[in-house]
Design a protein around this ligand. Sequence first.
Ligand code: SAH
Length: 350
Amino acid sequence: LYYMPEKIKRNNIQIIGMNLSELEDLSEKFDQSRFRGRQLFNSVYKQKINDFDNMKTLPTSFRDILLEKYVLHPLSLVKKTGSDLESTEKYLFQLSTGEKIESVLMYEDKRVTLCVSTQVGCAVDCKFCATAKMGFSKNLTAGEIIDQYLIISNSINKRITNIVFMGMGEPFLNYKQVINAAKLFNNRSGINLSSQRITISTVGIIPKIKQYSEEGHKYKLAISLNSNHQSQRVQIMPISKIHSINDLIKSVWYYHKKSKRLATFEYVLMENVNDSSSDAERLINLIGDLPCKINLIPYNEIDGPFKRPSDERIKRFVKAIKNTNFIVTVRWSKGTDINSGCGQLAILES
Ligand code: SAH
């Protein structure tokens, strides 16, 4: 247990997750100047100081108030597991209310990518995903999302260069907290990660894709498409009953027109489900001339009926898409030996 912090004051308000103006208001409330709020912001997000006592820019009197009335970290780190196969680590965290979540850290050349969870469990029920088997417990706060980054940052020697909102949960069903967290990752006077190094992935909650487009956010947007026609998508992703595949494509057109950016379609390749040559053709037709990227993800097996296609079938599918104008990448998931590949995160014991 690395940060079993501050004697578990469960009822105290958590500082991590607050933005600059909230911290300035907080300072004022205790008769401090608003500038103390900025110093607190700086200590938390830029210097990433782990406890109030070490925030030496703050006067002792203010630190004492913080110690008494607040906690810094919403999370505590329970366990870190390393992969033998790849440079991947899985982190298990506990919320102050007891629930557990996981994050995955991947090292690849100069890139260090952190995959954060946005909910405890998930309500979406995709038939091929392990997280679905947990059911849904609750939304994470922006602080609980950000703290996955802050604690891991402090326990490694390298700098995290990229954030993907692709852990447990559906980010667009926790829209407000996810956007607040993304803003904190991006804030120049804090963590300061470029918006182009932050990716939010969604199953396709259409009103939220519209809202996201209208609000003009610059973070990268990824859509888990995974199928090339409605009747099949309904079977493997029942959410398509509400958010149909055609409306989904239209909403991504809308995003493109508003943002002038390319969304990425994620497409998990499952043997004899969506990996044939005619599937590739249907996928190409479905997307049409919508400017986008396609990210193919060979399936990571979990308990259940779905299988990863043979390398040969994967290659054939990739080739069929590569012959078109689409920008195609293949994501070989990392850390499948520690169940930290895409769709393998689940906490089923407890
Ligand atoms: N709920 C969001 C964020 C999770 S991202 C979303 O679905 O986009 C996780 C990605 O892994 C999604 O693209 C999902 O389709 C994919 N995935 C789920 N189960 C998988 C599995 N067993 N193997 C490979 N990819 C999987």
